[in-house]
Design a protein around this ligand. Structure first.
Ligand code: CMP
Length: 492
């Protein structure tokens, strides 16, 4: 209720109060006159009738007074409730519970009952009062009868003080159900389930349960599960699902959804996507929409859900499709690398035969600085960062992309890896092993020259990045050229 509504209620109450007070006061003055008048009229015919009429009048007067007082008390209680709900509403965003109003109303009505009884029927009150106050048996009987009610009332009061949930929150009670809190009263809580049914739980029962609350004003998280075949790249799945989930209505943009591998299961990779929801009351619809969108995205991106029976069939086939290791592809890739240009088709094919495709996750190291290495890598897809450590922190010195190569320093000189090379995105590389290299470089001395030039340049840039000076011999190229020839045991 707003302030103007409250003002109107207040005005009505004042008018009512003035009218009833006037009626009660005038009743006091009119009472003896009316009594005398009745006595005169009815006694004229029969004296007995006059007394009966007066008695009847005397009995009616307190009833009338009680009625007038009751109207006034009810109006007062309603005004008080309006004041409470208006003040509580303005102090918080939540719809106020009517528990407090109920308790206050009951107390006022009980007190009013005793006062009216005492004033209007003093003799009856004197007889009744000891019964109410003195009788232990009655106290026990009332106590037992009200046991549940009082239990609910006190549990309700405790809940009101604690406010574990509000109207509009979603709560889940074990073995009872889940739903939106619709009403909190002195007796219990009404919950509207997602099947549009009502669950009414008494406060005393609720007080004993462990309740899960998803507050309305809170960013609540949800988890949706799905699975994919082992053949599908985890990194791609993460990207696709995250993007899809972000676009679903009711998914909060304040926190990025988390897509992660839950388990490497029997049938495929088990995934979970955790997202934060704006309106928790619609979580079932949002979960369903997310599952639906994931299905469509998987169709577009050729990602497949894992089926227990199919996985066995599909897995080997898909494996081949995703990370294809055909000779042709390796030959094609190697032919496009400038440094291998002098090689004949036969030599390139030989080199390709000694190579294999390998895939790395984003952030995964492919080679580590200081470790021995006897292979080099050509990037087939993705990108890598060449990095060193400086003052304990990682420093990226180069970013290499599709068609670039790395690891040649270790391969050609036999020295430990000079830097750590880490996949930036999901990256597939062609790893060339050293065992086929000797005859190839024996027949192609220009290959040694090109590689020693590249190694020199990279060493120089590495040294600059590390603020180190390299020996003159290393800088002029002769050092690397000779050490490559020595390493491969080349004559001449
Ligand atoms: P290797 O020493 O075998 O392992 C680390 C690799 O990082 C190295 O071979 C080079 O291929 C690469 N690398 C080192 N320094 C540089 C640089 N300055 N620019 C490009 N690549 C580099």
């Amino acid at each position: 209720m707003n302030i103007s509504g409250l003002r109107k209620k207040f005005l009505i109450f004042i008018i009512l109060a003035v009218t009833i007070t006037l009626a009660l006061v005038s009743l006091k003055f009119v009472e003896p006159t009316v009594r005398q008048y009745l006595l005169n009229i009815f006694s004229s015919s029969d004296e007995h009738l006059g007394i009966t009429a007066v008695n009847l009048f005397d009995n009616l007067i307190p009833i009338l007074k009680i009625l007038l007082w009751m109207i006034l008390i009810v109006a007062f209680v309603r005004l008080l409730n309006a004041v409470i709900s208006t003040t509580l509403l303005s102090s918080s965003q939540y719809e106020v519970s009517n528990l407090l109003q109920n308790v206050i109303s009951i107390v006022i009505f009980i007190v009013a009952f005793f006062i009216l009884l005492q004033t209007q029927y003093s003799t009856a009150y004197e007889k009744l009062a000891p019964v109410f106050t003195g009788s232990t048996i009655i106290a026990v009987v009332i106590g037992l009868a009200l046991q549940d009610t009082l239990g609910n009332l006190f549990a309700g009061l405790a809940m009101q003080a604690d406010q574990p949930f509000q109207v509009g929150d979603v709560i889940s009670i074990p073995n009872k159900g889940i739903g939106v809190v619709e009403n909190i009263s002195w007796r219990g809580v009404k919950i509207r389930t997602f099947q549009n049914k009502l669950i009414i739980i008494s406060n005393s029962v609720l007080g004993k349960e462990a309740i899960e609350v998803a507050p309305r004003e809170n960013l609540n998280a949800r988890t949706v599960f799905f699975n994919t075949l082992y053949a599908n790249s985890p990194s791609q799945t993460i990207q696709v699902v995250r993007e899809v989930v972000r676009q679903v209505e009711n998914v909060s943009h304040k926190i990025r959804p988390v897509v992660r591998v839950r388990n490497l299961g029997d049938n495929g990779i088990d995934w979970e996507v955790k997202y934060w929801i704006e309106d928790y009351t619609k979580h079932n619809d949002t979960d369903a929409l997310i599952r639906q969108r994931i299905w469509y995205a998987f169709q577009r991106e050729k990602i497949e859900f894992a089926y227990p029976t199919r996985t066995i069939h599909v897995e080997t086939k898909k494996q081949d499709e995703v990370f294809v290791e055909t000779d042709n592809e390796s030959v094609e890739l190697l032919s496009n690398v400038d440094v291998f240009a002098p090689l004949s088709d036969k030599e390139t094919r030989k080199l390709a035969e000694a190579s294999r495709f390998r895939v790395f996750a984003p952030g995964e190291p492919i080679v580590r600085r200081g470790q021995p290495g006897n292979s080099m890598f050509v990037i087939y897809r993705g990108s890598v960062n060449v990095q060193i450590k400086e003052d304990g922190r990682t420093k990226i010195i180069r970013n290499l992309r599709e068609g670039d190569f790395f690891g040649e320093m270790g391969l050609f000189t036999g020295e430990p890896r000079t830097a750590t090379v880490e996949a930036e995105a999901e990256t597939e590389v062609l790893e060339i092993n050293n065992f086929c290299l000797k005859p190839i470089i024996e027949d192609n001395p220009e290959l040694v020259e090109s590689f020693s030039r590249i190694i020199e340049e990279r060493r120089k840039s590495l040294a600059e990045q590390e603020n180190e000076s390299k020996s003159e011999q290393d800088m002029n190229g002769g050092g690397v050229f000779d050490s490559i020839r020595k390493f491969f045991g080349l004559k001449g």
